[in-house]
Ligand binder design. Structure first.
Ligand code: AMP
Length: 221
């Protein structure tokens, strides 16, 4: 099953993708996570991508495409994936279609997580991420049991440098200018499903699973 999660930054794509990946036993592919890991490990891609990410801008398509295609070529990811953070513009969407077409396959569903600007700002500026396992928390909506420490692996929690309010607003502008056109692109292909992402994360997760099951009744949950 191939699922694409679309939506503005802060809609909960990462949180939902991680939970879905666990529930459905499908690989989670996040271009944001892949880029952050390149930055952390000081790779040449990471050093090229870093300044774009810190400013809330998109990393150039050619840099992201190579990294993504490598991940999509892994055996487990050839068959099933939950794509989070890609595509981010029309040319990425077309490039992805081409890769899938060459493999004689296509995305099964595109889920658009719909939310509003005040909720996005509140979510992102309070977001805390585990430096070890990547689990997300929130300073007030979903605080960890122990301040600054991950409930799951005891790793240290940090705030992403692009989650500062000024950068969040820039990311939202970039989303409007570049990514929002994908809603029409996938709606025209009759693949798009809207889900309100303002509800509790577990409610949103169940709605996505229901959609996925409607599209593939052999899906094991
Ligand atoms: P995310 O974790 O998806 O919010 O992504 C964090 C940052 O990584 C974005 O603000 C971009 O700078 C960069 N990024 C992630 N995915 C892409 C992509 N598909 N194309 C370009 N830049 C990306």
């Amino acid at each position: 099953m191939k699922i694409i999660l679309l939506g503005p930054p802060g809609a909960g794509k990462g949180t939902q993708a991680k939970r879905l990946a666990q529930r459905l036993n499908i690989p989670h592919v996040s271009t944001g996570d892949l880029l952050r890991s390149n930055v952390k490990n000081g790779t040449s891609l990471g050093s090229k991508a870093k300044s774009f990410m810190e400013k809330g801008l998109l990393v150039p398509d050619n840099l992201v495409a190579e990294m993504l295609n490598q991940r999509l070529s892994e055996k487990a990811v050839m068959k099933d994936f939950i794509l989070d953070g890609y595509p981010r513009n029309l040319s990425q969407a077309k490039a992805l279609d081409q890769v899938l077409e060459e493999r004689k396959t296509e995305a099964d569903i595109v889920v658009y997580l719909d939310t509003s600007v005040p909720i996005i700002i509140q979510r992102l500026t309070g977001r805390l991420v585990c430096g070890k396992c990547g689990l997300n928390f929130h300073a007030t909506n979903m605080p960890p049991k122990k301040t600054g420490i991950c409930d799951a692996c005891q790793g240290e929690l940090y705030q992403r440098s692009d989650d500062k309010e000024e950068t969040v607003r820039k990311r939202l502008d970039v989303y409007e200018q570049e990514t929002s056109s994908l809603i029409k692109y996938y709606a025209d292909k009759k693949k798009l499903h809207h889900i309100s992402a303002d509800e509790d994360a577990s409610v949103v997760l169940n709605k996505i699973i229901e959609l996925a099951q409607n599209c593939n009744d052999t899906l094991k949950v």
